[in-house]
Design a protein around this ligand. Structure first.
Ligand code: ASC
Length: 128
């Protein structure tokens, strides 16, 4: 699949970058920094859900060295990392479901929970 470890690192960073772009676009609407547009929110949440599934296969063996902020615990505490990734995917899927309703209050609630799942994993598994 990935020819070199650096290819995997690039792939997972790219998917996180696209995820963060669309997740924060929904967040900007949830927080009133951007006018709420239900269609844009739903599109972005859909992209975020799709992206949320992608990075994980790119944390395979040998990808723990290189241009990455991943902590060694990704590889030494794999069950915990997997659980954190699954929590994030679940919460981002809920955000997408909320966005599809077009109800801003539901989006706000789901965005908060999803953001907490991002942060929890960063605290344990990402440098700085
Ligand atoms: C974002 C983003 C993250 C999360 C995190 C939530 O918009 O890019 O990594 O939210 O900051 O605490």
């Amino acid at each position: 699949q990935f020819q070199r470890p650096d290819d995997a690192i690039k792939y997972r960073k790219a998917s996180f970058t696209v995820l963060a772009t669309h997740f924060s676009r929904v967040g900007a609407m949830a927080n009133g920094r951007m006018p709420f547009d239900a269609k844009v929110a739903a599109e972005s949440a859909g992209i975020a859900e799709a992206m949320s599934k992608l990075p994980w296969e790119a944390f395979g063996p040998g990808t723990d060295k290189g241009d990455s902020r991943a902590e060694p615990e990704v590889w030494t505490e794999q069950a915990k990392f997997k659980a954190a990734s699954e929590k994030m995917m679940t919460e981002v899927a809920k955000l997408n479901a909320a966005a599809k309703t077009g109800n801003l209050d539901q989006i706000k609630a789901a965005f908060g929970a999803a953001g907490a799942s991002c942060k929890a994993c960063h605290d344990d598994f990402r440098k700085n």
